[in-house]
Design a protein around this ligand. Sequence first.
Ligand code: 5GP
Ligand code: ZN
Length: 260
Amino acid sequence: MVPTPAVGVYLSAGRFEAVVSGLARALTSLAGAGVGQSLRTPPVIARSIIERVGYHQAFPHLLGSVVDSDLVLLPAGCYCLYPMFEGARLTTPIEVSIEATCFRQEDSAETGRLRSFRMREFVRLGVGPQCRVWRDDRLTVAREWLGELGLETEAVVANDPFFGSGNRLIRALQREQVLKIELVATVGPGQRQAVASGNYHKEQFGAVFEISEPAGGVAHSACLAFGYERLALALMHRHGDDPWRWPDQVRDMLSLEVRA
Ligand code: 5GP
Ligand code: ZN
């Protein structure tokens, strides 16, 4: 990654971008048979959506605004999905793959903590317990896949930022309910960060957008998000800076057989 005068904002050089493209292809294969639609987001989203989900209250310090407009910078891919189903009664569970360019006004400049970064998300809308099971299944598959790429990850229960509030008691309660699980890997010397996270939002977004599951109850949702830059950094830390010299299995998995 090529630094710019703005902290946490990088240009991608050829090799790095080749890895990101390889990850995008591999993640498409990993998505699972259930995925219907694939969406690519713009880097912005209507401010009204972010206000309805309460992000501006939970994370005013992370949110980027487009001055004099009705837009904010997109903080996570899955916020784009829920309004698409506003008022709908689902007849089957919905699974969607989303490619997103995200922004968060991070105040630290450590390796892998970017302000502008890319994410692939798989999102599911449906019946509550099935959403949780789906998240856990997809996390297991993702962790095996990361292991095959040579990345050892630790699954860590975190508190879920979707639920806002820095309140210590609420955070502890969230951890107890295991709403957010992060797969943490080494992305640089002595630097460990989440390369993927699985979230179970319960009825949070289904309630805001009045989405019902087939039996008529409020639809629940879950998402599994992968951070492209962190994954690429972790792979380069593990296998070296030159992707064309990585182990055959890893290059095969990322279809890196042609020299860019
Ligand atoms: P979450 O919405 O769970 O906070 O983030 C989803 C995924 O996006 C994380 O697992 C991580 O891989 C990636 N991500 C989150 N924040 C950052 C960040 O500040 N920089 C980078 N490079 N990736 C991030
Ligand atoms: Zn999400």
